[in-house]
Design a protein around this ligand. Structure first.
Ligand SMILES: [Zn+2]
Length: 99
């Protein structure tokens, strides 16, 4: 069973969480009037293979959103954090074997 570490609740089963989207996107500024930038932010995704940052929600737990660094090929989870925090590159090395 896949486990995800909620920053507020600790280790929980993946079934308690829901995937909410790409965690690496940057929302265009509100005063950016270029419709193409907003269209790309909302609709276009680059499917990636390998490690990426994602936004998940602990929907059957505390309800908080969190950032998850996950390998899309192996489903290995390297690190989690609050969504506003940056996952450091060394999280790949330190927590890669913890899951
Ligand atoms: Zn939680």
């Amino acid at each position: 069973m896949l486990k995800i570490t909620c920053p507020w609740c600790g280790d929980r089963a993946q079934i308690e969480f829901t995937y909410r989207g790409d965690g690496a996107l940057t929302r265009p500024a509100l005063d950016n009037e270029n419709a193409k930038d907003h269209f790309e932010y909302v609709y276009l995704r680059d499917p990636r293979r390998g490690v990426q940052d994602e936004i998940w929600r602990h929907s059957a737990g505390c309800g908080q959103f969190l950032k998850v660094r996950r390998d899309t090929l192996t489903h290995k989870i390297y690190a989690t954090s609050a969504p506003q925090d940056d996952l450091a590159q060394d999280d790949l090395d330190q927590q890669g074997d913890a899951q």
